[in-house]
Design a binder for this molecule. Structure first.
Ligand SMILES: [Mn+2]
Length: 395
């Protein structure tokens, strides 16, 4: 296993400034891994709610692997809930498939000789466990998140891992692979142009439209700009918000409580398919004057599966606030030592299982009571850090 940690200096052997024809050790290790798996079929697993960074990188892996005669299927178990993600997949004809657990059961997993995680490390997809149980080996992991549990409950042992918690986007890492020659992009090939456009979107969306981009992200964006279809990118970005999303934003505005420059809003229940409204509401609340950090949360439910979970998002403009540290300090760990959430630069998220209290929401009184309990517990935990000396947050 090649475990490559992010310790090389900016001008070290992996500098993106190196000429295109000189493969770095990291890229060489990936090339050798793919070479060993020539002719196989791989399952590229994305997080359940794939974002543009994940979608673009799954596609980039597929195109790179193709050069080694490896056939890939890109899959995710949840839904595409952000209008920009739906637009990205539709407008670029991005080859990702939705495999819910019942769909997975109809598939012959023995057709796959390997699986791949991009933009996650196996903690955010329902597909990971059944695929592992089917005995499909983990071949490649490329990610920029720090691990969700400490110590990690289940160590992953892929043949090749490139995990760089300091990187802003996995799209930047994949663009560096392309630039180093793993796949020479060709501006006359439609799928190369569309994938480069998707990578540009992934890179932009994980860096707050390049506002938080670092030198290597700009270098990657500069390279992609040679192939990117700006008209297509513009069409993806023009996607408009759905009515349920607007309504969640409205609830967040109405319910928000501002303390010490934190804006905190519980939005009650929302349907599973609209869960992306939560980060979008947080994006909106953080734009208010005198607010540097917004936290929005709600209970996401899907009656058909009796699935219920509290989901929250944090957005911040405060440079000294580390969302990962903040969320881990606020919510702590569950009984297995897993954190309820984490983050990256400027953004974070958390998930709290509803467990025994799930369901029975057709009884309005019960549903309201349950929401009140979770709402006050989340606020209480947040208040310990936001405003330790203040009174509880009750409106
Ligand atoms: Mn990402």
């Amino acid at each position: 296993m090649f475990l490559l940690t992010p310790d090389s200096p900016p001008s070290g052997p992996d500098s993106p400034l190196l000429p295109v024809d000189q493969p770095t050790p990291r890229v060489e290790a990936l090339r050798q891994t793919l070479e060993r798996h020539r002719g196989e079929r791989h399952l590229v697993i994305l997080q359940d709610f794939p974002d543009p960074d994940a979608l673009a990188c799954g596609w980039a892996y597929l195109l790179i692997a193709q050069r080694f005669g490896i056939q890939c299927d890109i899959v995710y178990a949840g839904t595409l809930s952000h209008q920009e993600n739906i637009a990205l997949v539709k407008l670029t004809s991005l080859p990702a498939q939705r495999w819910t657990l019942p769909v997975l059961k109809t598939k012959d997993l023995s057709a796959y000789q390997g699986c791949v995680y991009v933009d996650h490390q196996g903690t955010t997809s329902q597909l990971v466990l059944p695929v592992r149980q089917a005995g499909v080996p983990l071949v490649v992991v490329v990610d920029h998140h720090s691990l969700q549990s400490d110590p990690p409950t289940e160590r992953i042992t892929p043949e090749f891992a490139d995990i760089r918690p300091q990187a802003r986007a996995t799209s930047t890492i994949f663009t560096q692979y392309l630039q180093a020659g793993l796949l020479k992009l060709d501006g006359s090939l439609s799928d190369h142009v569309r994938c480069a456009t998707a990578l540009m979107h992934g890179l932009r969306s994980d860096t707050n439209r390049l506002m938080q981009a670092q030198e290597e992200d700009f270098l990657a964006a500069a390279y992609l700009s040679r192939f990117c279809d700006t008209q297509l990118l513009n069409a993806v970005l023009q996607a408009s918000r759905s009515r349920p999303v607007m309504e969640v934003i409205e609830r967040a505005l109405q319910n928000r409580v501002v303390r010490n420059n934190f804006s905190i809003a519980g939005v009650g229940y929302l349907h599973y398919d609209n869960r992306d409204a939560i980060p979008q509401a947080a994006d909106f609340l953080v734009t208010e004057e005198n607010v540097h950090t917004a936290v929005v949360y709600g209970i996401v439910h899907e009656e058909a599966k009796d699935l219920e979970v509290l989901i929250g998002s944090l957005r911040t403009n405060k440079l000294t606030l580390d969302p990962d540290e903040f969320i881990k300090a606020v919510f702590g760990q569950d009984s297995q030592g897993r954190y309820f959430g984490g983050g990256r630069a400027m953004a974070g998220g958390f998930e709290v299982p509803i467990g025994f209290l799930a369901g029975a929401n057709n009884c309005q009184e019960y549903a309201q009571l349950k929401w009140n309990v979770f709402d006050s517990q989340i606020k209480q935990k947040l208040m310990r850090l936001v405003s330790p000396k203040n009174t509880p947050l009750n409106g």
